[in-house]
Design a protein around this ligand. Structure first.
Ligand SMILES: Cc1ncc(COP(=O)(O)O)c(C=O)c1O
Length: 456
């Protein structure tokens, strides 16, 4: 008998193709990425790393051909080594890095490995606070790293930009060992050069090296395509990212570094120049066991796709669509945090726009096949589970080929659903409006089915 799981996968395929994915951290991978992920590579244990001394500058076919020594703890690695080398080489080319560690199982694992590589327990980290738009892994109290390290948070200004003056003041006051620029709900392009200058001042005052880290989990695809500045081009030492958001690869993490690349077997001195080795040792054996080579293969495929000219067009369209959606939402009476967007992400203040909270709106939109998430706003007065905003974005719908005209349609449906939420007042009462919601659901379904999900 077929496992029940497969029926549920079929249901999920239907949900994905008949609805529109507006969660800004999600995307639809290609058939090739899915194929690599579902391959026999999942059978292999490969603790350790391939050696890639001498590789930089090689053409891909040579990387795929040459069998070289490795730093692995198991036999049978010839194919896996070459696949992981391809992933590393492509990642370095995409992001102008000296070294890439492609093994982190997720963005959270990548960030934890960086902290472990560079910090001692009790050391101070300065990053964007969670309420301002930062991520849980940047020191939220509920995380393990917040128990080990001392996180200080900077905020955003009323117009939604990083409060650089506050960042500088806090940096010079607390002399952090690590300064972090990264976020999950921030719509501007950071001034990386300005933060790099602040780092220099801190290092000079403190008399020690300060690691400058960017967590570009959200905008990595835009950076890879050259439609968003790359922190590694502006004096940052290291960048972490997820591989599954705008980068459109499998779920996973990635750490990119500047510095000297060498064998991970010997413990190096803790210096910025040695970051590549420190990171390799911190990922394995520091914080993870065996790498997921099927996922690494899928990362390699996704990086290959991102190196193609079509990906640049895709990334440009993500931003164009986000701006068009933001404009249409504003025309329909939605108040946007920061007034709009410079990337793929939009944060709507539904409380000030219509008087209800993000949770009821998330539920009502789910009922019509528009998927997004309730999200806190900076200085939100709502409870954590009743935030005043919703967060949405355009990476997934742009992959399906929706354009400016469809952004206007989506904004129109969102307005119709908002009007129903005003009448319903509570989530429980939404069912009273099932006819109206059902009609919008049908329009969303019709729209979605015109733009098939690539891998289905
Ligand atoms: C900025 C940032 N960092 C890290 C992560 C964590 O990634 P993952 O969910 O893969 O652990 C996220 C995910 O939302 C993120 O937005």
């Amino acid at each position: 008998m077929k496992d029940l799981v497969f029926d549920l996968i079929e249901s999920e395929k239907k949900r994905q193709s008949e609805g529109l994915e507006l969660i800004p951290s999600e995307n639809y991978v290609s058939k090739d990425v899915l194929l690599a992920m579902g391959s026999v590579l999942t059978n292999k244990y490969s603790e350790g790393y391939p050696s890639f001394e001498g590789i930089p500058g090689w053409k891909e076919d040579k990387i795929a051909e040459e069998i070289l020594p490795n730093y692995r703890y198991y036999g049978g690695q010839d194919n896996v080594d070459r696949i992981e080398r391809l992933a590393i080489d492509r990642a370095c080319r995409l992001f102008h890095a000296d070294h890439a560690n492609v093994q982190p199982h997720s963005g959270a694992q990548a960030n934890n490995a960086v902290y472990f590589a560079w910090l001692e327990p009790g050391d101070t980290v300065l990053g964007m606070s969670l309420p301002a738009g930062g991520h849980l892994t940047h020191g939220a109290k509920v995380t393990m790293s917040a128990h080990v390290y001392n996180f200080i948070g900077y905020g955003v200004t009323n117009d939604g930009d990083i409060d650089y003056d506050e960042l500088e003041r806090l940096a010079l006051e607390h002399l952090p060992k690590l300064i972090l620029v990264g976020y999950s709900a921030f719509m501007k392009i950071p001034d990386f050069a300005r933060v790099a200058k602040i780092r220099e001042k801190v290092a000079e005052k403190a008399g020690y090296e300060v690691l400058l880290m960017a967590d570009m989990a959200h905008v990595a695809g835009l950076i890879a395509a050259g439609v968003h500045p790359n922190p590694l081009d502006f004096g940052f030492d290291l960048m972490t990212t997820t591989t599954h958001k705008t980068l459109r690869g499998p779920r996973g993490g990635l750490i990119l570094t500047k510095g000297n690349v060498a064998s991970p077997l010997k413990k190096p001195e803790k210096t910025l120049a040695n970051l590549p080795i420190l990171i390799d040792r911190a990922v394995f054996p520091g914080t993870q066991g065996g790498p997921l080579e099927h996922v690494i293969a899928a990362k390699a495929v996704a990086f290959g796709e991102a190196l193609k000219p079509e990906f640049k067009t895709y990334a440009e369209n993500i931003v164009k669509n986000a701006k068009a959606l933001a404009d249409s939402l504003k025309e329909n009476g939605f108040i946007l945090q920061g007034g709009g967007t410079e990337n793929h992400l939009i944060l709507v203040n539904v409380k000030d726009s219509f008087g209800f909270d993000g949770k009821i709106y998330e539920k009502a939109l789910d009922m019509v096949g528009l998927t997004l998430n309730a999200n806190s706003l900076p200085h939100d007065k709502g409870a954590a589970f009743r935030p005043s905003g919703v967060r949405l974005g355009t990476p997934a719908i742009t992959t399906r080929g929706l354009g400016i005209k469809e952004m206007q349609e989506i904004a129109k449906y969102m307005k119709q659903v908002a009007k129903i939420c005003v009448k319903a007042e509570t989530e429980e009462s939404l069912n009273k409006y099932s006819d109206e919601l059902g009609a919008i659901r049908q329009s969303v379904r019709d729209l979605a089915l015109k733009f098939p999900v690539p891998s289905l």
